[in-house]
Design a protein around this ligand. Sequence first.
Ligand SMILES: *Cc1c(COP(=O)(O)O)cnc(C)c1O
Length: 497
Amino acid sequence: MKFVSTRNSDVKVTASKAILSGISSDGGLFVPESFPELSTDDISNLSKMSYKEKADFIIGKYFTDFSEQEIKECTEAAYGDNFENGDPAPLVKLGDLGYVLELWHGPTSAFKDVALQILPHFIVKSSKKCKNNEVTLILTATSGDTGKAALEGFKNVKGTEIVVFYPYNGVSKIQKLQMETQEGDNLAVCGVNGNFDDTQTCVKKIFTDKNINQKVKVFGRKFSSANSINLGRLVPQIVYYVSAYTSMLAEGEIEPSEKINFVVPTGNFGNILAAYYARKMGIPVNRLICGSNSNNILYDFIKTGKYDTDREFHLTDSPSMDILVSSNLERLLYDLSGKDSVLVSSLMNDLFTKGKYKVSDEMRSVINSIFDAQWCSDAEGGKEIKKLFDEYSYLCDTHTAVAVGAYDKYRAETGDDTKTVIVSTASPFKFPKAVYRAITGETVDDDFDAATKLSDISGRKMPMQLAELCNKKVGFDSFVETDEMPDYVVSFAGGEE
Ligand SMILES: *Cc1c(COP(=O)(O)O)cnc(C)c1O
């Protein structure tokens, strides 16, 4: 299997090359040239497998330049013992509401771990395959969760280094502390005076800037990305959609071939795109429901076909979704346009030069046949947190709450009673102030006080890796303007950080 650039279908590379490059040199994203299909037998066999075995099977279908053994080594290293109870994707049934797919039982308590625990192993192996002698320098822009998950994934991995940039005033206190206290000898973390989009745009520019690439090459470094634009993150995310479906099948919750819905709290469109890819592979999916917070640009796009970044940027209770430029949408456009890389290039050029683009009515109607979109304010999300706690004694975080709210609105609008999986992307203890306030109406100033109170009322414990943050030493407190980011990277590559 080869991977092509969304902006030039003539660019065809192996999985290892795509993983190492992160992004194509034409600015496009790598996508599979075709989708491996799962037969009914495959789906039935998958329903008897462990998560790790499912991962071996699905990833093996895409990364055909990796041997079976190599993929097994990667899945073992990532999923062997880094997730609570050995299960990266447990499914919890909540009465008549549906099923919650809890993806946050990994080392940093957000769903990003599922992909970022495995990506470093793909990178190290890809580097060997491509006979690459340079150190892979990972550059990452984060809206809060990717950064920490990437740092944990890459820390002390030989042959790799990582620099994480985050919007200094755009992440929660716990998210910030998680990054500032990061340990490891091959990494750096830096705050940026700007929002996530500014940060991500600048990181993307650094990747494709020949001059900066040359400068770090002198130091024996070569860039790659841990953001969801990297193919090595996308493919492991397909696995948990396949896993959710086949687990429901195994437990008799659905009949063979029965369709289900997924509701996904969305930011950069990476998570929900993986659901779309699972559907392309043959997982029976009725609708994919895209949940947004008040940065509801994807809602507007899915409803109108117009993507327009000319709008106010809101800081919300679900900061990991405070995004206006959803990079992975490009991959969907490529697929839905019948792999028209000329069209995708022109839309992305409109986005870059005018801050907006519009797709044809035809394309919009295809999008609407698969996707629905809904959005929730912080207040609406808060009501969902309280409702889940009161009705099911279930604690959910602020991002998951957006998905629950989106599902409520979807059901009210459509009356669709298809069985539905709500994708839960973070531990409630990662955003304890907002969760506690939603349930009790009481505002607590400190995250750790809020977490303690949340434990008291719910009987749930704060994950240890979050609880111990308040005793850790802050090692990184740098802060730069966006135009200083290139220099920061070059001096890190030169060993000055
Ligand atoms: C990253 C993140 C999201 C958004 O996922 P995308 O793949 O960017 O759409 C949602 N919730 C949480 C908790 C996240 O960390």
